[in-house]
Design a protein. Structure first.
Length: 187
């Protein structure tokens, strides 16, 4: 069998499985994708995964789809990105289609309502775990913790656009890098 076509099938299968069984959206999928792509299969280095995750977060669209597109592209170019994005999108599409077909018959069911209420805490935990892992990878410590906290407060309390926060963070990061570069050159 052609190793390239096998990689296409394996990537599709991985992202389809993650798309089908991960509740909570893109952030809940991040640790699972990292486990499959970085830890188990070694298709990407952890640093590359974090870089792709940062790009996926700053790109418009759904995080899970964005990261699958970037990983697929990194693995096999545009064909890889099509395969991995289809793997991510198809389960949700098929589930939503099925729910839409039968929603009227169970929309008022108390058991279904309780199931969704029970899933909420697990979703919060699935979102919190990659947040803490990304904070460690980004070397956020007690001295730099103020940056994301102030950013979140500016967005939440003062109504700043996240786009302006991203632009300011990019400019600030660039200036900090230049400052450190000149500081190292002087030594």
């Amino acid at each position: 069998m052609n190793p390239t076509s096998n990689l296409y099938w394996e990537a599709f299968r991985i992202f389809f499985k993650l798309g089908a069984f991960t509740l909570g959206g893109g952030y809940a999928m991040v640790p699972l994708i990292e486990n499959e792509i970085v830890t188990k299969r070694h298709w990407l280095a952890k640093e590359d995964f974090i870089d792709l995750l940062a790009i996926a977060q700053s790109s418009p669209g759904i995080l899970a789809v964005n990261i699958s597109i970037f990983i697929g592209y990194r693995l096999r170019g545009w064909r890889g990105s099509v395969i991995t994005s289809l793997g991510t999108i198809l389960p949700s599409f098929l589930i939503i289609l099925s729910v839409a077909l039968f929603f009227h018959s169970f929309k008022d069911n108390a058991v279904v309502e309780r199931i969704f209420k029970g899933i909420r805490p697990a979703v919060v935990a699935l979102i919190a775990a990659p947040t803490f892992n990304m904070a460690k990878s980004a070397r956020i410590n007690r001295f730099t913790l103020w940056i994301p906290v102030v950013s979140a407060l500016c967005i939440w309390l003062l109504g700043f656009s996240p786009i302006w926060i991203i632009i300011l963070a990019g400019v600030g990061g660039f200036m900090w890098g230049r400052f450190n570069h000149y500081k190292i050159k002087e030594k």
